[in-house]
Design a protein around this ligand. Sequence first.
Ligand SMILES: [Zn+2]
Length: 282
Amino acid sequence: MTTRAFTLLYHDVVPEGRWESSGFQGADADVYKLDCADFRQHLAAIGQCLRHPPTTGPALLASPSMDHPVLITFDDGGVSAALYIADMLEERAWKGHFFVTGCRIGTSGFLDPPQIRDLHKRGHIIGSHSYSHPLRMAHCSSEQLHDEWQRSTLVLSEILGEAVQVASVPGGDYSRQVAVAASRAGIKLLFNSEPVTRSHIVEDCVVLGRITVQRGHRPERSAAIAAGRRRLQIREYLFWNAKKVAKQLLGGIWLRARVMLLERRAKKDVRPGADPGSGIER
Ligand SMILES: [Zn+2]
């Protein structure tokens, strides 16, 4: 059975200017990090348009016909989940989804096992974000894909003492094979970064899209995503597809161009309130 859901994709949330304090390092990662004050405004804007609190993946799997489900997700497993994000969500009694990169657990800037257990105990959803965060997940072999999902779910299951059945695809690089491998590793719900609201099913796994939020995106944009505004969805969908074609045509050139662009943008810094457009995923 397919379902519709409105899912936001955030990454780290840190005090202003301290982009290096959580998650992956570098200009391409920093683009996705919001400062705490901005994120608080995003939550307030989302809260104003919700009919009911955001839900969770497991709740959605149990009730696929749920009325207008909104989900809030965070990729990479940066330590900011435990330091700032969970507290801010809990001020509103909301739950988040934290997708953890297996090989980074306990390393500098990333969640450690006690923090992961604590988030889980507080009712947040812990999921896999692959083991090594491949830059181009959809280009991995079947064996590599199996290994990425298997190792990451095993590590997290050992930390949590229960099976991990939710995951998100790193780098926005999705293919059916990525979902097949996830399903065979026991993942029941897989989030990618395609800006669609209708789910599809691959083997035993429900696949849901998300819309990415970057630093500089206005709170009203996140509210419009949560509200399911059609115009915004169409715009995001068209932009995503144009980018996908460009990536396919340019391959490695795209990746090099992306790093150069982001390094230049990092030097200029992003103006508060500016909307740099959605784009280059982590
Ligand atoms: Zn990621």
